[in-house]
Ligand binder design. Structure first.
Ligand code: 26Q
Length: 894
């Protein structure tokens, strides 16, 4: 926490100042020790409220623009050691960021001090991923100083957009789960909660994707190349984390009982790096603390003395590899020891940091721990935190097992993000026991006590014990992290209603029987409207602000206000303005496409988008097969002598299919899908007969910053996962909030989006989740039925139309001959039909303002959708967690 105001020239105080913030009593005594003369000097200049200082906005009579310019130039000349003559856009970005950060840090220090004095409950969001994207634009939006900064930069000779583009994305996540964590910390600050994020400061974020010859090539994302102006390295906060070693039992003289001692074999230091998280329209500024792994100064003297100096140094260097790279798997569990090491390093450092802060104000009053602290586990990745807290309390603090376990379970909540078996985390007992021998013992004890209770409750059911055991008696024998997470927390939640129902009735149904239905709940995901509306789509946000007569953009923290937009649905002038903004956003997207792929796209055609991680369950293959079908059919019609105009009028509206997304580097099938999309693009886009009827684009290296351009520029987006597989999806919300319509299956949050916006405003198709199991069974026993249309698509692929046929045989065969697990064949015709339906409604728009049909049919749906998306703000979501799981309340800065 903020160890602000520790001036070296203050006389050394009697009270030891630590880096866990000051309690009110400490402030008084520290204050009393500082000579009045020195205090006067501090008070003259400080911006912090610690010493009852001046208000933060007093700026010596300068206006905001002048203040920015002065601070900017100061940072260019001193911090960056540059000057007017050699200040390029990168330097301008760095100086701007540090200038803005200076503001943030004051709010942040004041917030931390206020929270410490208030001494209320705080939530800690443990996530191995925070997919933050760019920080500068977001800070400008949340601090409401974008216009001033734009003017100042222009006065200084720079263009704000160019400067913003210098910032690399903070890509510390794979996809939905990581971006959700980023939206959550934004909402925690904006809604005045005391909430910190805890994670890892990877040196390499999610890889950069290049497309070469249609293939995905991964290159490293060294995002810290030019240093990171947003990070505050807290070199003084160092927490040792141990691995390996052995456990022994000893007699504890103080208690007269025996106790376990873990003697670690390798020690690594966790060094804190803090990121201030600004709230929108509030000075509440929370902290995101990410850890760097650093070697200790301790040396392995056994190795040294045996002459193995080199080895000893190498082991030290090994330490840094722990936080070096983000694992690039999304929804797939791949058990590598380094990943487990990352997990323990992170949760152990975070917990010791939290416990240290707790002990400072509450000594050893452990029963207060769950009244002061809530910890949310973002999926099972931080599950070891349950075991580590139990170890801290029992082995290090001397609590009894039961006392400790009660504290542990009251403290933790667990969020599940998947029902798919291949994504549920399991660790071989041997791997876990080698890395963390004491933790494995504790896991066995937790399991023993749990199974004993289950046996008591269900004395005649032997099978249930094997099903719910934390230990899976498989080859290799494994630890099921989800079982441990459920047992060690007081609430488990899913991330959309359908998903939360599914976990209760399928993968965790035994736990519902044992623990009761109240241990499970739903919190439907949300997104932050600051980034995903104001920042990504300033024109639409402005139109909304004007139409709602809300000049301060209050709707951004009260998103259900959007409902008032409904009164404009029959106002043609309003619909035209709305449509013009969409068109302008489509033009921006065509520029991105041109610069990324060289392809010219006509902005008047329908933009049909699917951007997300590439995964068989998300079914990009279904989409590209439908595109191939469309191409083949257009070619047939042309061969029959039909003109392009006739085809446009009677068969297909002109459209551009836009794809984007990364495949996990080891995921062959996903990479094949990317290759097919690109090859189809090559053929279609270079076919001189096709005109603007069809284009196929793959935007390389899809990331948060590109999503900010793509979401506002789509007419239609695809959320077409096999029913029951996508826990929630959050990009569906981003598109809908920006006035795009959705084509989707009855899956994840699509269900609730439909409920909110109305079924006339979304295009749903496909088999339902309750039928999936039966259909799969059918595929295996009666074979997969391929329709004529789909067969034509397969034949085209197998004819070599899109490059070597054998490159796609695994993909095609998985459907034709290997059970079509994701039901592509079952949903294909339904998908085509759904397209016919929605294209009739879209009409032959062609960007024509006088096309009232398009306005009244399509644009009207767009307005109604946006008007009813208020529910999907991550603010609502955070309020639900606060109320139902964390039991915390906001702390207003005023
Ligand atoms: C596990 C073990 C080893 C290595 C990696 C992983 C791993 C990494 C990332 C497992 C899963 C993930 C990410 C999962 C994810 O993003 N899930 C998505 O979460 C979103 C937010 O709740 C949902 O909207 C999506 O439906 C869900 O797929």
């Amino acid at each position: 926490m903020g160890d602000y105001l520790t001036p070296s020239d203050l006389p050394s105080p009697k009270l030891k100042r630590t880096n866990t913030g000051f309690t009110p009593t400490e402030i008084k005594s520290l204050d009393a020790e500082i000579p009045e003369q020195s205090k006067a000097v501090w008070l003259k200049y400080t911006k912090l409220k610690l010493l009852n200082s001046r208000s933060k906005n007093e700026k010596n009579g300068k206006n905001d623009e002048e203040t920015f310019e002065e601070n900017f130039i100061n940072h260019v000349e001193t911090t960056l050691a540059r000057n007017m003559l050699n200040c390029d856009a990168l330097a301008a970005y760095q100086a701007s960021s540090i200038t803005i950060r200076d503001e943030l840090v004051i709010d942040w220090a004041n917030t931390q001090q206020r929270q410490t004095i208030h001494d209320g409950k705080r939530v800690y969001y443990f996530s191995l991923e925070f997919l933050m994207g760019r920080a500068m634009d977001n800070a400008l939006v949340n601090l409401d100083c974008r216009d001033n900064t734009k003017n100042s930069l222009s006065n200084l000779g720079f263009n704000l957009e160019d400067v913003l583009h210098q910032e690399p994305d903070a890509g510390l996540g794979n996809g939905g789960l990581g971006r959700l964590a980023a939206c959550f910390v934004d909402s925690l600050s904006s809604k005045n909660y005391s909430g910190w994020g805890y994670g890892l400061n990877y040196q390499y974020g999610i890889f950069k994707q290049k497309i070469i010859d249609g293939y995905q090539i991964e290159t490293p994302d060294y995002w810290l190349k030019f240093s990171n102006p947003w990070e505050i390295v807290r070199n003084e906060i160092q927490i040792p984390v141990d691995f390996y070693g052995y456990v022994y039992e000893t007699y504890d003289e103080s208690t007269g009982k025996s106790k376990k001692v873990w003697n670690g074999g390798e020690r690594v230091l966790a060094v804190a790096v803090d990121f201030p998280i600004p709230g929108f329209n509030t000075s509440n500024t929370n902290n995101l603390r990410l850890w760097n792994a650093r070697p200790t100064n301790e040396f392995d003297f056994t190795k040294f003395n045996s002459g193995d100096y080199q080895q000893s140094v190498l082991a030290q260097q090994r330490a840094e590899s722990i936080t070096s790279v983000l694992y690039p798997n999304d929804n797939f569990d791949k058990g590598k020891e380094l990943r487990l090491k990352q997990q323990f390093f992170w949760v152990s450092a975070s917990l010791h940091d939290i416990v240290r802060r707790f002990k400072k104000s509450h000594d050893n009053n452990w029963t207060k721990f769950p009244e002061q602290i809530a910890i949310q586990l973002n999926d099972t990745h931080p599950t070891l935190a349950i075991v580590e807290l139990q170890r801290i309390l029992v082995d290090l603090e001397g609590l009894t097992w039961d006392q400790a376990w009660s504290i542990v379970t009251q403290t933790f909540g667990y969020t599940n993000h998947t029902v798919m078996q291949e994504a549920l985390e399991k660790w071989p007992v041997s791997v876990l026991g080698h890395l963390l021998p004491r933790h494995l013992e504790i896991i066995y004890d937790i399991n023993y006590f749990f199974l004993k209770a289950v046996e008591k409750k269900f004395p005649n059911d032997r099978d249930i014990l094997a099903r719910v055991s934390i230990i899976q008696e498989s080859e290799p024998k494994s630890v099921r992290m989800s079982h441990l997470a459920i047992i060690g927390s007081h609430k488990t939640n899913g991330v959309a209603e359908l998903h939360s129902e599914l976990i209760k009735t399928t993968i965790f149904k035994d736990f519902v029987k044992i623990l009761g239905p109240d241990r499970f709940t739903n919190v439907t995901n949300g997104i932050t409207p600051r980034r995903w509306l104001k920042q990504a789509n300033p024109e639409l946000a402005q139109l909304i602000s004007e139409s709602l007569n809300d000049p301060d953009y209050k709707f951004l923290t009260s998103l259900t206000d959007l409902k008032k937009l409904e009164k404009f649905v029959d106002d043609d002038e309003f619909l035209k303005k709305w449509d013009r903004i969409k068109y302008a956003n489509k033009i921006k997207l065509t520029k991105l496409i041109k610069s990324e792929t060289g392809i010219d796209v006509d902005p008047t055609v329908m933009f049909d988008v699917q951007v997300k991680r590439i995964h068989e369950y998300k079914r990009q293959q279904l989409n590209i097969f439908a595109v191939i079908y469309r191409y083949l059919r257009i070619k047939e019609l042309l061969a029959e002598g039909k003109s392009i105009d006739e085809i446009k009028l009677k068969y297909f509206i002109p459209k551009c299919s836009i794809f984007g997304g990364k495949a996990a580097p080891g995921y062959y099938m996903a990479k094949t899908i990317i290759h097919l999309i690109n090859k189809v693009g090559d053929v279609v886009n270079n076919d001189p007969e096709i005109d603007n009827l069809l284009k196929v684009v793959f935007i390389p290296d899809y990331n948060v910053s590109k999503a900010e351009i793509i979401c506002p520029g789509s007419d239609l987006s695809n959320h077409i996962s096999t029913a029951g597989t996508e826990a929630s999806g959050t990009s569906n919300m981003k598109f809908a909030l920006n006035g795009g319509l959705i084509i989707g299956t009855v899956d994840g949050a699509n269900v609730e989006i439909t409920r909110e916006i109305g079924e006339d405003n979304i295009f749903l198709f496909g088999n339902l989740s309750e039928s999936v199991e039966e259909i799969r069974h059918d595929h295996i026993y009666h074979g997969v039925k391929i329709s004529d249309n789909l067969n034509k698509v397969f034949n085209a692929i197998q004819s070599g139309m899109f490059g070597e046929a054998h490159e796609y045989s695994t993909l095609v065969d998985s459907i034709k001959y290997h059970g079509d697990y994701y039901l592509v064949s079952d949903d294909f015709e339904l998908f085509l039909d759904c397209h016919k339906r929605l294209e009739k409604i879209y009409g032959h728009h062609g960007g024509d303002e006088k096309d009232l049909d398009h306005l009244h049919r399509w644009v009207k749906k767009s307005v109604i959708s946006v008007a009813n998306m208020g529910f999907f703000s991550s603010d609502r979501c955070i309020d639900e967690y606060a109320e139902n799981i964390w039991n915390i309340e906001p702390l207003n800065p005023n």
